[in-house]
Design a protein around this ligand. Structure first.
Ligand code: UDP
Length: 328
């Protein structure tokens, strides 16, 4: 298939582009490079510099490249930033997606794979989380993603859109032999931050809260390797030939505490560094783990990276080979 990968220069999009190419698809990366990295665009893909706000360009690209499906990773992802700039988040994450869907609709392209998030569940009452739990986001980031899911739902009911909404838990690690990893500026995700401490790039790693009701008092999250995340997208894409609405959680089902993740980075890197215990970060649920049974049974998907040490190893290889990130 000719697939337009919006945000294909970013962390998840670049790994997805690589996997599409490896599986016989032609990937066209559409990215404004506001967050992504041109070096992350794999050579098999064609890069198109473009903004999702540019409806005419989207229509032109979809027409000229004979696009048959769209995967959309071009969103803002910082919860804290979304609280400070809700309008910016709604604009990029919702309005620009609306633009993209309009362009697809105009051109008669009906397959859409959308990056959604566990943040749509807010503070869930139960874990592991199943897809049917209430969607009650607690920040503009989660709301902006949930709003897109609802828009897709109603559009799918017209019969003109087949979509997959994939709700990610904590994507991490590096794909394509550890060549495609996480490089956010500023970085806010736990594993790359700990690796920065291991590389001596920050004086410590801060643990946000040690009084949670978990086995060691720190938050539990479900860390899913980027290649497992992407392989589920590929399976979802295939399903869209026959199904109009598919919604899955994507996690590997194993929860790890912040302390366990820090211990794993220490072990993998062989480095010791300072760990500072600080207050809770507002809005952090104690435990977020996915029940991905639905994705496993309906897509035939099975995460391959179930061991945190193996996952961290790929991230460590990526960052230690490029201590300043892609631009370095
Ligand atoms: N976390 C932490 N210190 C940091 C960054 C994150 O203790 O410097 C914790 C955070 O509170 C959460 C977990 O690590 O419990 C994962 O956070 P991240 O921001 O990577 O992902 P989130 O689960 O918020 O999507």
């Amino acid at each position: 298939m000719n697939v337009l990968v919006c945000g294909g220069a970013g962390y998840i999009g670049s790994n997805m582009t690589a996997m599409l190419a490896e599986n016989g698809h032609k990937a066209y990366v559409y990215d404004n490079l506001s967050k992504g990295h041109i070096e992350a665009v794999v050579p098999e893909a064609e890069f198109i510099y473009g903004d999702l706000a540019d409806y005419d360009k989207l229509v032109r690209v979809i027409r000229d490249k004979k696009i048959e499906a769209v995967m959309h990773f071009a969103a803002f992802i910082e919860v804290g930033e979304s609280v400070k700039d809700p309008l910016g988040y709604y604009n990029n994450n919702f309005c620009n997606t609306h633009n993209l869907l309009r362009a697809m609709d105009f051109m008669g392209v009906n397959k859409f794979v959308f990056s959604s998030t566990a943040a749509t569940y807010g503070m869930p009452d139960e874990v592991p989380i199943v897809e049917t739990l209430p969607k009650e986001p607690i920040n503009p980031y989660g709301e902006s993603k949930w709003a897109v899911e609802r828009m897709c739902h109603f559009q799918s009911q017209t019969g003109r859109l087949n979509y997959a909404a994939l709700r990610y838990f904590n994507a991490c690690g590096a794909g394509r032999d550890s060549q495609l990893g996480e490089d956010h500026k500023p970085e806010s995700h736990l594993i790359p931050l700990i690796i920065q401490a291991a590389l001596g790039q920050r004086e410590d790693i801060k643990i946000f809260g040690t009084d949670y009701d978990t086995k060691d008092g720190t938050c539990v999250r479900d860390y899913i390797h980027i290649e497992d995340l992407c392989s589920a997208h590929l399976l979802a894409l295939e399903k869209l030939s026959t199904e109009s609405e598919i919604i899955f959680n994507l996690g590997n089902g194993n929860g790890y505490t912040v302390r366990e993740v820090i211990g794993t980075v220490k072990k993998v890197s062989g480095k010791d560094f300072k760990v500072t215990e600080t207050d809770r970060r507002p809005g952090d649920p104690a435990v977020l783990t996915a029940d991905s049974t639905k994705a496993q049974t309906q897509l035939g998907w099975k995460p391959k990276w179930t061991n945190l040490e193996d996952i961290v190893e790929t991230a460590w290889k990526f960052h230690s080979a490029r201590p300043s990130g892609y631009s370095g």
